[in-house]
Design a protein around this ligand. Sequence first.
Ligand SMILES: [Zn+2]
Length: 272
Amino acid sequence: MKNILTIDVEEWYHGNYKSLESGLTYKESRVESNTDYILEKLSQYNANATFFILGEVAEKYPSLVRKIHSLGHEIGSHGYLHNLVYRYTKEEFIEDVKKSKLILEDILGTSIIGYRAPSWSVNEDIPWFYDSLENLGFLYSSSVFPRKTYLYGMDNTPRFSYKPNLNLSILEIPCTTAKVFFQKIPFSGGFYFRVLPYFLIKILHNLVNNEKKPALFYLHPREIDPYQPKLPLSSTFESFIHHYGINSCNKKFIKLLNTCSLTSIKDYFLDF
Ligand SMILES: [Zn+2]
């Protein structure tokens, strides 16, 4: 069955870590070459994806946005700055997302219908989140991590696509978790994809597909780049989360492309 692949297009230093030393001065850009590599692999394996592009990156690399789009992938917004949504006021959030949407639409001349919050930073304390997105013209969000972690996530949310507010038509398509002994287990991207051995990822993936549901995978361009600079994080825990498994992530990504059929959110949910 078809599964979903999403790529959050941002630089290697676009994290929201508490221990990131202020004033990061070394900001070598690696996003273009890393995204090019991902595009090459997707073409090679005939896969499609949704690319949630950070506004700041789109502004700097409009030709990259056009290239991703011309290859048949879906383009979504990842906000303009990589800031945590739960730290924004409603007005700041609208300003940030609107800016990113306009940049992408100006480059492509088509409307952008999907949004992903930086670092899955949606929680119970943002009642204005979905109606702001709907007012801006978004048809879906893919911003919920259905399990609480130290930085993000919510425990009491559905595991698969749902309407977060019945008065709105916007859909939430959360990150996938597998259900094992009543526990929701993340496996499909980021730290979890890097830390788990591939055979375990496959088992959890099969559990989800056995429920007749697609798994939504997510990847960042930096995760297939073992030569990226080391982010100066003063917390060992955060450094572990950010860097662990970088050397083997590309191999797992290729295995994923090799063993399942991947498409974009827009292509999967055909009624958009
Ligand atoms: Zn991000």
